[in-house]
Write a protein that binds this ligand. Structure first.
Ligand SMILES: O=C(NC1CCCCC1)[C@H](C1CCCCC1)n1c(-c2ccc(-n3cccn3)nc2)nc2cc(F)c(F)cc21
Length: 233
């Protein structure tokens, strides 16, 4: 098989994305909080809204560092962010869940999430997704570029200049394809499996509004930002 090499530009692009991804981490570690104790449904709901709000801010900063993003039409930039924040949050949650933890911690974490107040019918699709992400053992470069690819989805609602977004996404897909071959030489279809997770992610994200409104508690309060982003209230 021909030797796969990344061009200088592709390596620079990947470095920019990974640096931005690592720079904009979630402030406090939610997994650590959840491992400390089982919170009530109300406390968990509040924790989720806090985490989600900071995640949106982190995502905006990360997105601004995607080469070419700020040259897109301003309204398209908003449409891409609005259309991808829920998916980016579930993707990041899956990466948090899949992190190597001391024995038994993942079991406790899963237990705490199962009792967090999220309606039972969403547990299976959510944990199936988390485990399918975990099985891929993504390196952080793959996680960062996959997040960028999720944001640069041309078919988000209200995107006007499809082609401009497609061009940026294609550049990312080319880098990811080479990265997958270099990182997982034994697995021919690794790149295809990785992209298949984005389909599962989109399906899971369809449930998010219903997950929120049927959270096992009364009187769900959302911040204005989350009302805007989450299509609730
Ligand atoms: O905080 C979380 N995730 C953040 C978000 C930002 C980036 C980092 C992680 C939550 C958490 C809030 C407290 C209760 C219990 C769940 N979390 C979730 C989660 C669950 C449901 C939703 N919903 C979205 C719409 C409706 N539900 N989003 C995330 N999965 C998680 C997996 C972990 F290993 C894990 F550690 C936490 C996780």
């Amino acid at each position: 098989r021909e030797k796969v090499e990344m061009t200088k530009e592709q390596r620079a692009l990947m470095k920019a994305i990974v640096d931005a991804y690592n720079r904009h981490q979630i402030p406090q570690d939610v997994a650590k909080k959840l491992l400390q104790e089982q919170y009530s449904a109300e406390e968990n709901f509040l924790l989720l809204t806090e985490m989600a709000t900071s995640q949106v801010q982190v995502l905006v900063e990360f997105t601004k560092n995607i080469p070419g993003f700020l040259s897109l039409d301003r309204e398209d930039q908003i449409a891409l962010l609005k259309g991808s924040t829920v998916e980016a949050m579930f993707l990041r949650s899956a990466q948090v869940f899949s992190r190597k933890m001391p024995n038994g911690h993942t079991v406790v974490l899963e237990e705490r999430i199962r009792k967090s107040g999220i309606p039972d019918e969403f547990m299976t699709p959510m944990f199936n997704f988390y485990k399918s992400i975990g099985e891929l053992h993504m390196v952080q470069e793959e996680q960062a570029i996959l997040t960028a690819i999720t944001i640069l989805m041309p078919d988000r609602p209200y995107v006007k200049d499809h082609q401009a977004v497609e061009r940026l996404q294609e550049t990312m897909l080319n880098v990811l394809r080479k990265l997958c071959v270099l990182q997982h030489p034994q697995e021919q279809q690794y790149f295809a499996r990785l992209l298949g997770r984005l389909t599962e992610l989109r399906t899971l994200s369809h449930y998010h509004a219903e997950m929120l409104t049927s959270w096992k508690m009364n009187d769900h309060k959302f911040t204005p930002l989350l009302c805007e982003i989450w299509d609730v209230q």
